[in-house]
Every structure is written in structure tokens, then in C-alpha cells.
Design a protein around this ligand. Structure first.
Ligand code: SF4
Ligand code: SF4
Length: 416
């Protein structure tokens, strides 16, 4: 089950510990079992038959955030991300997942169920959470800071094709992801607004489904295949110039993790690689066309300090970090201020923050310190997951507001 070529990587580990200082879970716990080197050695021992697939091994490996910082730091080229993704499949086969995650997987596989769940969530928010304000939390996040569900699916609201404003210069497919479709409609509207004003026709396939990253990164690789196949069929049939994402997790999944998953499972990868080659974060597209963006003029004396947080899946899976900064720095009334450790994980990692709340809080606390030290009024980022974690944890009066980079662009273009 563990892909043979990836097994080879384990022999390249020199136990040099260069990966330790970059690991968020090691920085918090200072324990070898929560560090990349320790985790790699445990996997090696298991594959050599010296360690069984025990509950302890499961905990050590499932408390990894999959942030990929260790893979980037390793001088021997050990692909730790792929090692961990492979071993998770074996852990999943043996231990499965809890009820809450099973329900989540079922919903992510069935768009109607997902929309039904979102509708019920919205009802709950309006009927209980907002009026009663009981101070309940999910993981470390107060329920009233989880973000409001959209009244209807963003994709349904906006339709299949939004024409370019003026002369069409390009055509893109917009993979909205579940977060924009069901929660962050304001982000989706900003993407469509900005791209169409740049002369780009935006096609939003109504039959796209969840990217399934939360499913397959939990180890349920085979369960994720129907969604993966569906999305590849939808995205590959288009002759668009690019496939645009506003979510680092969807982007990282389509760009990197899905082709790897298919390769590891011995499946045909041509289509996955064709799609991956076209996937671009929205900031990449905009940074190339900044000179065409109809920006409003600066209004003197109203400059806002903005700091940027790099989502793990954007900075490492997609290798995008310069472009959002280029975009932000060019916007009127914005002063970009760098935080220490901008590329370090925010501690969210999807369901990790709910399953390992204490460890997640430790990682988030380092990020909060770095954000607060900048004195910025806004934190911009490019991942709905990071937005949820950061806005769910930054709620002191003096804390900055959390926004998607594209929202700032949309706010600063001239209104027609
Ligand atoms: S940096 Fe690479 S070689 Fe060094 S301990 Fe970590 S995984 Fe092993
Ligand atoms: S992927 Fe991130 S959390 Fe996991 S071992 Fe590597 S650095 Fe640590």
C-alpha cells in the first residue's frame, strides 16, 4: 500500500535534525515523537517490521499538520510530505476516523448533502448561536466566529458564465471550492468582480465538487477518488487559459497532492498533470495584470497597515508567495508590513484545530504573537481555512481584521 519509490526516501534520512526547528508541532512540544525526524524514523521502523501500527504511532503521525516545512528544509531531499501521506493511508485502513469526520467525509462526497448541511448550519446560527451567545467553542474557536453560511450556494447565485467587462482578453475556469460556495460568497464575488474588470471571462462549472483534500490527507485516499475523477473530468474538458482558485488548499490539492496521490496508487496521471499545469492562485493572475487593473486613486492620510500570512498549501504546495505581496504592495492606501515567520503554519490545518485543540492553540499562539507585533490593522491571506483560524483566534479589540487578499483588491478598484 505504501508507494515503493517513496519508501526509498526513508533511507536518505541522515537523522541530521535540520527539519526540527521548522516544525510547528516540535516547536510547541519539544518532543521527538512530534518532530519530523522522529516521525520519519517511526515510519521507517514500521516498514522494516520493528514497530507495529499502534495507537501511539497513530497519534504521533496524526498530530503532524502536513505543513510541508520539513520537506522544504531537508538537505537530503526526503519527501516527508509524501511519506506522511502514504503512511496515513495505512493508518486510516487500520484505525478509520471518528464519527464527526465520517459525517464530514460523507457530506464532502455528496454536494446535495453538503448544501443541506450548510442550510441546517445557517438555521442553527440564526436560531441559537447568534441570539443566545452562550460562548461555546468548537476547538479553540468561539462558535459565533465560525463565519456565516451563505443563504444559497455562491455557484448557483452567480451562474455558469460571467462575461468579461469590455474586450475579452482571456477566459478562465473558476474552481470555487466549498468554502466560497457555502460560506465566503464575498470572496467569490470579489474574484469575479476583479477578473471580469481585467477583461477575463469567468466560467464557473456548476458540476464541480469538493476537492477532497480533507478526505485524502486524512488517509482516505481511495474514498476521495470519485470526487477527484469528477473534478478532473470537469476541469480538463475546458479549453480555458487557466484554472483559478481562491483557496490554497484546493490549489495545493489540484496542483500537487492529487497528481502524487494518483501516482502513489498506480493510476494514470496524465489528466491530473494537465489540470495541475493550469491551476493558478488568483493573486498570480492579478499580479501579471496589475497595470490593467482600474485602481482607484489613493486618498491621502488613510493608509492601512496590512500584514500577509502565507498559507502552507500556497507557499509550499503551490510555491506562491511573491505574487500576493506584489498585488498588496501596489494597492492604494495600503502599507505592507512583513511579520516574522509569515510562512509558518497558523495552526488550523482544517480539522486539525478541532481534533488536536491544545496543540493547535500552541501553534496558533506563535502566529498571533507575530501578527500582533506588526501592529497591522489587517491580516491578508489566501486560504479560507487560515482565515477561519486567524479570525477565530484574533478577537481582542486591538487585533487586526482578517481578510482575503482579493477582497482588498476588489475594494480598491474604481467603481463603474
Ligand atoms: S532534515 Fe531530512 S535528513 Fe535530516 S533528519 Fe530531517 S528528514 Fe532526516
Ligand atoms: S509536515 Fe509540518 S508538522 Fe508535519 S512533521 Fe513536517 S514540519 Fe512538522
Amino acid at each position: 500500500m505504501f508507494a515503493e519509490p517513496i519508501k526509498e526516501d526513508l533511507h536518505s534520512c541522515l537523522k541530521c535534525a535540520m527539519c526540527q526547528p521548522v516544525c510547528p508541532t516540535y516547536r510547541v512540544t519539544r518532543m521527538e515523537r512530534n518532530a519530523p525526524r522522529g516521525r520519519v524514523q517511526m515510519v521507517k521502523k514500521y516498514l522494516e517490521g520493528d514497530l507495529s501500527l499502534s495507537g501511539g504511532l497513530h497519534d504521533a503521525l496524526m498530530t503532524c499538520i502536513l505543513c510541508e516545512a520539513c520537506s522544504e528544509a531537508c538537505p537530503s531531499g526526503v519527501r516527508l510530505d509524501r511519506v506522511f501521506e502514504n503512511i496515513r493511508m495505512e493508518l486510516y485502513e487500520k484505525f478509520g476516523v471518528g464519527l464527526a469526520k465520517k459525517a464530514l467525509f460523507a457530506a464532502l462526497k455528496h454536494p446535495l448533502l453538503l448544501r443541506l448541511g450548510a442550510g441546517m448550519g445557517r438555521l442553527g446560527q440564526r436560531a441559537f448561536i447568534a441570539p443566545l451567545n452562550l460562548g461555546w467553542k468548537m476547538g479553540n474557536i468561539p462558535l459565533n466566529r465560525l463565519g456565516r453560511f451563505n443563504s444559497t450556494s455562491f455557484r448557483r447565485q452567480i451562474g455558469e458564465v460571467v462575461p468579461a467587462v469590455g474586450k475579452r482578453v482571456a477566459r478562465v475556469v473558476y474552481f470555487t471550492g466549498c468554502a466560497t460556495d457555502l460560506i465566503n460568497e464575498h470572496v467569490g464575488r470579489a474574484v469575479v468582480d476583479v477578473l471580469t474588470r481585467l477583461g477575463i471571462e469567468v466560467v464557473i462549472p456548476q458540476d464541480q465538487v469538493c476537492c477532497s483534500v480533507p478526505v485524502f490527507l486524512s488517509g482516505a485516499r481511495k474514498e476521495a477518488l470519485p470526487n477527484i475523477e469528477k473534478n478532473l473530468e470537469v476541469l480538463d474538458r475546458s479549453d480555458a487559459d487557466a484554472i483559478v482558485v481562491d483557496c490554497a488548499t484546493c490549489g495545493g490539492g489540484l496542483k500537487k497532492h492529487i497528481p502524487y496521490l494518483m501516482e502513489d496508487l498506480g493510476l494514470e496521471t496524465d489528466r491530473a498533470r494537465r489540470v495541475a499545469a493550469k491551476v493558478r492562485d488568483v493573486s498570480q493572475l492579478i499580479s501579471e495584470m496589475m497595470d490593467k487593473l482600474p485602481l482607484a486613486s489613493a486618498s491621502s492620510g488613510r493608509t492601512v497597515a496590512v500584514t500577509y500570512h502565507d498559507p502552507c498549501h500556497m507557499v509550499r504546495s503551490m510555491k506562491v508567495s511573491k505574487e500576493p505581496r506584489t498585488v498588496l504592495a501596489a494597492l492604494p492606501d495600503i502599507r505592507l508590513t512583513e511579520m516574522e515567520g509569515a510562512g509558518e503554519c497558523c495552526g488550523g490545518a482544517g480539522s486539525f484545530q478541532f481534533e488536536h485543540a491544545e496543540l493547535s492553540a500552541g501553534v496558533t499562539s506563535l502566529k498571533k504573537q507575530n501578527i500582533r507585533a506588526t501592529g497591522a490593522q489587517l491580516v491578508a491571506t489566501g486560504c479560507p481555512g487560515c482565515m477561519l483560524t486567524l479570525s477565530g483566534n484574533l478577537y481582542e479589540e486591538s487585533d487586526p481584521l482578517v481578510v482575503h487578499t482579493i477582497e482588498l483588491v476588489a475594494q480598491r478598484i474604481k467603481k463603474e
